[in-house]
Write a protein of this length. Structure first.
Length: 276
């Protein structure tokens, strides 16, 4: 009896008859719209002109997509793409000598993180004239919230799930034709990120930590990537090659998380001048 297990078999999305709006897409849009709304409050608080927010949106959106793509190429799938360089930048793959449209497949959150961090350096210099870490402190709050929505979208898609629980506890992903319970690692991550968002939001509005440049971003890095590191032990490998890691003890995602955690710790505890 699976009386403790949840049978999960949702619809693909909202069926309009001529088009299906997928739940994942809705979660993605919700993340950006709510993030923009809350970021506007922060910009008002920090007395930053609101028109600079539109520019921030474009910087983040483009850098995220590029970083996610290149992160998968170079961190996880280079053994394939080193012999198919053109496929890095086009949504086609050569299959049995014929080019077929496949869309861009494979995305890596570590790549997105690195790309956004680098891009924010140029945004802060060109548009804010403030320290690089100033905008990263504030953007980290929204990224934590976005993580909640994106992982919830993964749950609706029945993807990025965990290993079998070996008990009646867990979620049965019926959409995948399964009849046994797995760890709902998407939800483990989603609600962990939501809790992180509330902590960062509280620290920004109710404490002086926002004046300690780099602290909020450092805390974000430590908590988020530590959570990822731990939850990865429960996940099923999502793509071939991602299980390869440090002496087969850690997968690639966990290895990439370690330096990000260390950077976060350094940012939290380094001596720094407080922002005005």
């Amino acid at each position: 009896m699976n009386f403790l297990a949840i049978e999960w078999n949702p619809s693909l999305g909202i069926d309009l008859g001529f088009f299906v709006i997928r739940w994942y897409s809705l979660m993605f849009v919700a993340a950006f719209l709510l993030g923009l709304h809350l970021m506007k409050k922060i910009y008002v608080k920090d007395e930053i002109p609101e028109e600079k927010l539109d520019t921030l949106f474009m910087y983040v959106f483009i850098s995220m997509l590029v970083g996610m793509r290149l992160g998968d190429v170079f961190f996880y799938s280079w053994s394939y793409y080193q012999n198919h360089l053109l496929e890095i930048i086009i949504p086609f793959k050569q299959i049995n000598g014929t080019w077929k449209f496949t869309g861009f497949t494979g995305f890596a959150s570590h790549g997105a993180a690195i790309s956004i961090i680098i891009t924010m350096y140029f945004y802060s210099k060109k548009h804010l004239n403030k320290p690089w870490l100033f905008i990263l402190d504030r953007l980290a709050i929204m990224v934590a919230l976005a993580g909640f929505f994106i992982r919830t979208g993964n749950f609706f898609n029945s993807e990025i799930y965990g290993k079998e629980t070996g008990s009646n506890f867990g979620v049965i992903f019926k959409a995948n034709g399964e009849d046994f319970a797995r760890h709902p690692t998407q939800l483990y991550e989603a609600f962990s990120y939501l809790a992180l968002f509330f902590v960062l939001w509280f620290l920004y509005w109710k404490t002086d930590k926002k004046k300690q440049v780099g602290f909020l971003f450092g805390l974000f890095m430590v908590v988020l990537w530590s959570l990822r590191f731990i939850i990865e032990f429960l996940k099923v490998e999502q793509a071939e090659g991602r299980e390869d890691g440090f002496f087969n003890l850690l997968n690639t995602g966990q290895v990439l998380s370690i330096p990000l955690i260390l950077i976060g710790l350094w940012l939290m505890f380094k001596k720094t001048k407080k922002a005005a």
